[in-house]
Write a protein of this length. Structure first.
Length: 94
């Protein structure tokens, strides 16, 4: 499977920390992540890695809303995942 698109939202209830938002980040066959300091490059890698570990059942389900699109080369079709976990409870998986 090939990662085609990812969105992630984590709303932080703390006044001292920011929300994490990745909005419809699209990928091609080869990708280069470039940006100035504090623009979310590392955060993007952390979110992709966290999602991969979750679906491989190698870690707990992380808080937030994940929306991910893969392309399955064998089936020739897109596969969509959506996982919502808020306050320790998995609210929705698709």
């Amino acid at each position: 499977m090939i990662l085609k698109q990812i969105s992630y939202l984590f709303e932080n209830n703390s006044e001292t920390a920011d929300d994490w938002v990745l909005d419809n980040i699209s990928f091609q066959n080869l990708n280069l992540i470039v940006g100035t300091n504090s623009t979310g490059k590392s955060r993007l890698i952390v979110v992709i890695n966290s999602f991969a570990r979750m679906i491989l059942q190698k870690s707990k389900v992380f808080a937030g809303i994940f929306k991910v699109k893969f392309f399955d080369e064998e089936l020739g079709q897109n596969i969509y995942y959506e996982i919502t976990r808020i306050s320790g409870i998995i609210k929705e998986t698709i």
